[in-house]
Ligand binder design. Sequence first.
Ligand SMILES: Cc1cc2nc3c(=O)[nH]c(=O)nc-3n(C[C@H](O)[C@H](O)[C@H](O)COP(=O)(O)O)c2cc1C
Length: 348
Amino acid sequence: MRFRRAGTLLSYWQDGEQVFHNYAQRRCVAANDSARWLLDQLGDWCSREQLLALLPGYAPDSVDQAVRDLLAQGLLVAEGSPEAALDTAITEQWAPWLPDAGLHFSTKDTAYVNRDSSAELKAASLPDSPPPPSYKSQPGLPSIALPERQAAQSAFQEVLLARRTHRRFSERPLPLATVSQLLALCWGVTGHAETPTFGQLPLKTSPSGGARHPVEVYLMALQVEGLAAGIYHYHPLEHRLAALNVAASPELAARYCADQRYTGQAAALFLMTAVFPRTMWKYHKARAYRVVLLDAGHLGQTFCLTATDLGLAPFCTAALKDTLIEHDLGIDGVSESVLYVTGVGYPV
Ligand SMILES: Cc1cc2nc3c(=O)[nH]c(=O)nc-3n(C[C@H](O)[C@H](O)[C@H](O)COP(=O)(O)O)c2cc1C
């Protein structure tokens, strides 16, 4: 077996100790001088024999044990292991945005304290201090009172004022035409821009940094008339659904959304992923990672407003079981990864 230092490592000081954080494996450990020395040596694949030759004064058993510990702590990866494959995929494909955007990986699959949990659990996750104020005041500056907000003066303003997050839905199924309208108006291509450098670029109802449109959407149909329950990929130009071989159910929907039970009562969920190379190809700085998240946020708001306009009850959630969703969608979680889920039903 050969091993090497993990590529997805960040090191910093925490509570006076130097720690190594493998953001892909989501592990953080303190390392002593010998571990640091070993990590320094093991930048490239190294066999046991090569390592023993580097450490002539050490008993092979103790060297073996040190390697086992470093592998278990995620500081080394073993050739051919799933950890090594993930490490290579991330360090190769995300090279321009690393290490800064490593937070994409370190923040996957985090536990979520949801509304169904007990009061004690909620209390345990909140600090003792009062929450920060919801508004910033400027007491030292001259203050100008503005004219009163007027009653809604257009259908659009009525929709803006009516939008709310819903967590209860009627059992009425959604017509396929309504789902089609949601997909087309939120994720469908509505036009093109002709550019001298990039040729024809797709345009949608939401803006996207550089018109890269990295976000893909998968429909999880639970109660849609004329559509078998299942997961479908939406083609934004052809306006078609491709059926994935995944059986959808309310239980699975709730599991995807970090065990938030209400999400399983919706008629349809929209799982948004990002194809990062689409944006990374043009933007080589980690700041573009922010752009991808902002793009998804725009789509989320467009969805909530469109659903409200259609008389539906929308929700959005970022509390997700990323790895489970990515597995079911058949995506690798590196070049394409889940970001955001919205859903809808009829209001109760
Ligand atoms: C990025 C994002 C993530 C959210 N995640 C959740 C979530 O995990 N669970 C949930 O019930 N609501 C979630 N919400 C909805 C908010 O709780 C909701 O927007 C907020 O309470 C304000 O209510 P309103 O949407 O009716 O104005 C999320 C909203 C946003 C924008």
